[in-house]
Structures are given as structure tokens and as C-alpha cells.
Design a binder for this molecule. Structure first.
Ligand SMILES: NC(=O)c1ccc[n+]([C@@H]2O[C@H](COP(=O)([O-])OP(=O)(O)OC[C@H]3O[C@@H](n4cnc5c(N)ncnc54)[C@H](OP(=O)(O)O)[C@@H]3O)[C@@H](O)[C@H]2O)c1
Length: 333
């Protein structure tokens, strides 16, 4: 276990000009246990400041430079495209830094799926940990490279893993997801262009979304995952359909979820009162509601979060807090 971390901790962000990176700046600039020393954009372009961050963090955003990060930080957050993170993450770990990565580059443990979905990641550095904070408290202090779960898998795993642990899942599971457009990052595409998605809803990535592999890995079973783009800025809502093992009751579902999250500050359980995106947008929470039809053994769970916070930046800060022995809620509540 790595116990001694400097205080205050010096943190940096690579990819600070992106959607997730800007949320990291907002959180880390007011975090009581850290000093945000360095924020960087891509390797190209000019040093710049972002108007939206004025008086929140007034430092310059420099082009990406690993030497500067190594000299000025103890921990670096990566809000980069996975192709860049695949190289930057191990290079910073080699220089003795600890890394918290928001990309998918280090999420898949098995070579086959990783080569398919993240071919730039040639290996996982020693000390790599896939960390959903609600499940990784104990392991985080020893991690060198923390791989944060994807936004869609976070909502699905928080809902389903307690049921899997309790042996309540039987048969196929369908994760029907709706996401706001910020989930695709700031670079516009044909699909995310305002006039393409405004006034419409579209399914995409059916049987070909890389987050499916992550859900399969963590749940130990194949999931049918269908994401949809909806004309919202932020938020994910997942409607999850499945069957319980024969004889399992609604009370058993409630017990499993209630026990799993009794001490979890960022998971709010609503049982019958199904949550909505507006309840969690701009917050670090994942809200979960559920209904069970006991005669048929079917269940529906609704899980919602803000893709840029609990699905990205606030989850990463939660992992930092647990990794460094700080209050899990520091800088977040
Ligand atoms: N958006 C979400 O909801 C979400 C949720 C969970 C995880 N993630 C993951 O978090 C990461 C960042 O996502 P995002 O949505 O914030 O992306 P984004 O808005 O597109 O921002 C990307 C950031 O990376 C920088 N960058 C782009 N190309 C680069 C390169 N070749 N080398 C170095 N830096 C480069 C950009 O700098 P410039 O400003 O100079 O271009 C910007 O700071 C991605 O891996 C994504 O999969 C995103």
C-alpha cells in the first residue's frame, strides 16, 4: 500500500479544455485537499484561458507537456481521447506519478477485448485498477493508474452489481440508455451537430459500442446495450430490463441495493419513485429507482447520472479522495 502522499497534493489535468476536463478544473480548484498546479490542452495550439473558468481557476492552459506535468504534479487526471491516454498514462506512471484516467484506454483487463476496442493500449501498467469508487475503496490506496468506468457502465453497474452479487439475476439483461450530447465530447460530428439531433432521438452503436465490453467484463455476463442520443446537453437515463431468479422477491431487490449503498454518499435510492435526469444534472449523484413484477419475476431499474460528473469528473475526484485517504466527499459535497 502507498500511504504517504504530500499535503496539499499537487494535481494536474491533461485535457483540461475538454468537456470533462473543464468539470475537473471546477471541482479541483475548490477542493480543500489539493492544489491544482497545471492544466493542459492538446499538444498542439497556443497557451490559452477559457472564459467559462474565469475566477474559478485563472491559470493558463498550456499545450500538453509531460515534463512539466512530471515536475509540477503528484497526481495527474487524464481527460484525453483514449488514443492519447494510452501513451500518456504509462509514461507518467514511469515517472513516478499517479494517474487517474477518464478514457477507456485501461478499462478492459483481457487482451482480446482490449485489442478490439482500444488497440493503442498495448499493456496495462503495473498498479492499474478499474475503479468504480463504490466498489473499490479497499484497493484504491495501492493503485498507480486508476481507470475510471465509462459514463454508461457507471449507471448500469451501480444498478446491477448489487443484484448480481446477491445472485438475483437470471437470463438476459437489456440496458436501454439515453444520453445528452456532451457525452460525445466537444468536437462536433454529423450525428452530434445541433441540426441533426435537435428534435430527434436516435439509437446508435447497437452491438458495436465499446462500453458493452466493459459491462460484460464487470458483470460477468453478456448484456444487450442500446444507447440513444437525445437532444439534451447533459445526463444519462438507463432503463434496465431483466428477470429475477425463480422465487426472488421485490424485498430481496430492495435489500440488495440498500445494503450495497448504505454508506455511499453519491448513490441515492428511490425505489418506486423512478428518477429523472433533471434530478441529477450538474450533481455528483447517481439516482436509482426500481419496480419488480413478482408474479412474472421481471424487473425494471431506472438509473440516472450526469455524464460529465458522476459519469466522469466527480467520479474521478471520488477516486482521488479514496486513493489518497481523504474524505470521499471532499470537493464534491
Ligand atoms: N464526455 C463525457 O460525457 C465523458 C464521460 C466519461 C468519460 N469520458 C472520456 O473522457 C475523455 C475526455 O472526454 P471529453 O468529452 O471531455 O472530450 P473533449 O471535450 O473532446 O476534450 C478532449 C480534450 O483532449 C484534448 N485533446 C484532443 N486531442 C488530443 C491529442 N491528440 N493529444 C492530447 N490532447 C488532446 C483536447 O484539447 P484541445 O482543446 O486542445 O482540443 C481536450 O482538452 C475521453 O476519453 C472520453 O471518452 C467522457
Amino acid at each position: 500500500m502507498i500511504t504517504s502522499m504530500p499535503s496539499p497534493l499537487r494535481v494536474g489535468i491533461a485535457g483540461a479544455t475538454g468537456y470533462a476536463g473543464q468539470e475537473l478544473v471546477r471541482l479541483l480548484a475548490r477542493h480543500p485537499g489539493v492544489r491544482l498546479t497545471t492544466a493542459m490542452s492538446s499538444g498542439s495550439g497556443e497557451t490559452r484561458r477559457l472564459p467559462a473558468l474565469a475566477r474559478i481557476w485563472d491559470g493558463d492552459m498550456f499545450p500538453l507537456d509531460l515534463d512539466v506535468l512530471a515536475a509540477s504534479c503528484d497526481v495527474v487526471f487524464l481527460g484525453l481521447p483514449e488514443k492519447s491516454a494510452a501513451g500518456v498514462g504509462p509514461a507518467l506512471v514511469d515517472r513516478g506519478l499517479r494517474v487517474i484516467d477518464l478514457s477507456g484506454a485501461f478499462r478492459l483487463r483481457q487482451d482480446g477485448p482490449r485489442q478490439r476496442w482500444y488497440p493503442e493500449t498495448t499493456n496495462l501498467p503495473a498498479g492499474t485498477l478499474y475503479a468504480l469508487p463504490e466498489r473499490s475503496h479497499g484497493a484504491l490506496p495501492a493503485a498507480r493508474l486508476v481507470s475510471c468506468p465509462g459514463c454508461y457502465p457507471t449507471a448500469a453497474l451501480l444498478a446491477l452489481q448489487p443484484l448480481a452479487d446477491a445472485g438475483l439475476l437470471d437470463g438476459d439483461i437489456v440496458v436501454d440508455a439515453k444520453s445528452g450530447m456532451s457525452g460525445a465530447g466537444k468536437a462536433p460530428s454529423d450525428r452530434t451537430h445541433f441540426s441533426e439531433n435537435h428534435g430527434s432521438v436516435a439509437a446508435y452503436g447497437v452491438f458495436s459500442h465499446r462500453h458493452t465490453a466493459e459491462m460484460d467484463q464487470e458483470l460477468g455476463r453478456a448484456v444487450t446495450f442500446v444507447p440513444h442520443l437525445v437532444p439534451l446537453n447533459r445526463g444519462i437515463l438507463e432503463t434496465i430490463y431483466g428477470r429475477l431468479t425463480p422465487g426472488a422477491t421485490a424485498a430481496a431487490v430492495s435489500d440488495a441495493l440498500t445494503r450495497a449503498y448504505a454508506d455511499a454518499p453519491f448513490v441515492r435510492l428511490w425505489a418506486d419513485a423512478l428518477p429523472e435526469i433533471k434530478h441529477v444534472a450538474y450533481t455528483p449523484f447517481c439516482d436509482i429507482g426500481w419496480r419488480v413484477d413478482e408474479p412474472t419475476g421481471r424487473f425494471v431499474i431506472v438509473s440516472v447520472l450526469d455524464n460529465l460528473l458522476k459519469g466522469a469528473a466527480s467520479q474521478a475526484v471520488q477516486n482521488l479522495n479514496l486513493m489518497c485517504g481523504l474524505d470521499e466527499r471532499a470537493g464534491l459535497l
